[in-house]
Design a protein around this ligand. Structure first.
Ligand SMILES: NC(=O)c1ccc[n+]([C@@H]2O[C@H](COP(=O)([O-])OP(=O)(O)OC[C@H]3O[C@@H](n4cnc5c(N)ncnc54)[C@H](O)[C@@H]3O)[C@@H](O)[C@H]2O)c1
Ligand SMILES: [Zn+2]
Length: 380
């Protein structure tokens, strides 16, 4: 069960709006907000029934709280519990979830509630997009990664045998509730991995936020108002980009800072516990900054500053920080090229001219990346 709130802990939520016209929605951020889940849903969709999709670990910790919050507002709910982990973003589990939603008589006008991390948000969101050609859904993210990234922006989906997130839909939630108290039960390693995506918003577009994180990251990890502030600024940054480029025809690609190198490393580790997504992104951002400095885009000292902060919070920043062996550079280059299409020996990367000034560069010479990666692999 979620820990009860102590006196005075319930602050006013911070609300960030994702401005998408008729599909605009709010992200409410604050400690203890799950208690108001029912009231918020009743206000948005009077009379709606709900199906809560969650994973086994999250169910143990927070399902009863979510159910009680719905019940207190007179909202009927049924629970759909799937195994935890990336393996649930599969056709098989997708089928299970869709069938369970139908069996629960969730119809147009009713709601799917995604209670969990990015796996649950992506899976439940895609099921919501698919059943009856589209049901409304609410995101109740329970990991830091989900609160600052995956629950916002409407990308939903599952994995194919050919790669991650290859089957899915854009389907925006009608509400996101980021209850920061839910993060108290998150393992420290998962929190830290999610923090990489927080730092990403500073590194890609907000130097002042990055400076603030350098000073205040310990308070973000400890919880309290600093955590809420960091989540709110992250959501605001993502919401602004999504509002301008929902379908990723341009600017939204900036959110992939660190993800090309990161995905290659993640794939090289078999998407296993050896390297969590956020950890791979941290290492990937460190590589992207070092590579940008190598290309003469920023002083080495600027790249070092970015890397130092990621290392200070305990995230991997060097290839040698990744436990176990890595494949040779040829294989890593294949994985890099898989992530981003190669056009006439040129790769597209998110590079930076400094902290807070990332940009999309589609003319990165494949040979420069190979030479850079070979050198980094030799440092092991
Ligand atoms: N849609 C998007 O825009 C987007 C963006 C980034 C990542 N993603 C996806 O998100 C997924 C990763 O998300 P994630 O890192 O949240 O992983 P996750 O959902 O697997 O959660 C990580 C682990 O933490 C556990 N957990 C979750 N909340 C908890 C809590 N409050 N207390 C205790 N344990 C808890 C889960 O059971 C799981 O074991 C990937 O599949 C990735 O592709 C999607
Ligand atoms: Zn990511």
């Amino acid at each position: 069960m979620t820990a009860p709130l102590r006196q005075g802990e319930l602050a006013e939520p911070i609300v960030v709006t994702v401005a998408l016209g008729a599909r605009a929605y709010d992200i409410a951020i604050g400690r203890g907000l799950i208690a108001g889940l029912g009231a918020r849903i009743a206000a948005l969709r009077p009379g709606a029934k709900t199906a809560i999709v969650t994973d086994a670990t999250v169910a143990k910790r927070h399902l009863a709280t979510a159910e009680a919050a719905l019940k207190s507002a007179g909202i009927e709910s049924s629970a759909i519990v799937v195994p935890e982990g990336e393996g649930s973003k599969s056709y098989a589990t997708f089928e299970t979830v869709c069938e369970a939603i139908i069996a629960a008589h969730i119809e147009r006008g009713d709601l799917v509630v995604a209670l969990g991390g990015g796996v649950i948000g992506d899976l439940a969101g895609f099921a919501a997009a698919s059943v009856r050609r589209g049901l409304d859904f609410v995101q109740l993210p329970t990991t830091l990664l989900a609160q600052v990234d995956s629950s916002v922006g409407g990308k939903t989906g599952i994995n194919s045998r050919h790669g991650k997130n290859l089957v899915g839909a854009f389907h925006q939630p009608i509400l996101v509730i980021a209850d920061t108290a839910l993060l108290d039960t998150l393992p420290a390693r998962e929190f830290r991995a999610g923090y990489a995506e927080v730092a990403k918003y500073g590194l890609l577009g907000d130097a002042a936020f990055f400076s603030w994180l350098e000073t205040n990251w310990r308070d973000v990890f400890a919880g309290g108002p600093a955590r809420e502030h960091a989540i709110a600024l992250s959501c605001r940054a993502k919401a602004a980009i999504v509002a301008r480029d929902e379908r990723e025809t341009g600017e939204r690609a900036l959110l992939n800072l660190g993800h090309t190198f990161g995905h290659a490393l993640e794939a090289a580790c078999g998407f296993s516990d050896r390297l969590l997504h956020g950890e791979a992104v941290a290492a990937g951002m460190a590589l992207a900054f070092a590579f940008s400095a190598r290309q003469g885009l920023m002083p080495v000292a600027e790249a070092d500053r970015a890397i130092r902060h990621l290392a200070e919070v305990g995230l991997p920043t060097r290839v040698k920080d990744i436990p176990g062996g890595l494949p040779p550079v040829d294989r890593l280059m294949e994985l890099v090229a898989q992530d981003k299409k190669v056009k006439r020996g040129m790769l597209t990367f998110i590079l930076a001219r400094g902290i807070g000034t990332a940009f999309v560069e589609s003319g990165v010479d494949e040979r420069d990346v190979r030479a850079f990666l070979s050198e980094k692999l030799a440092e092991r």
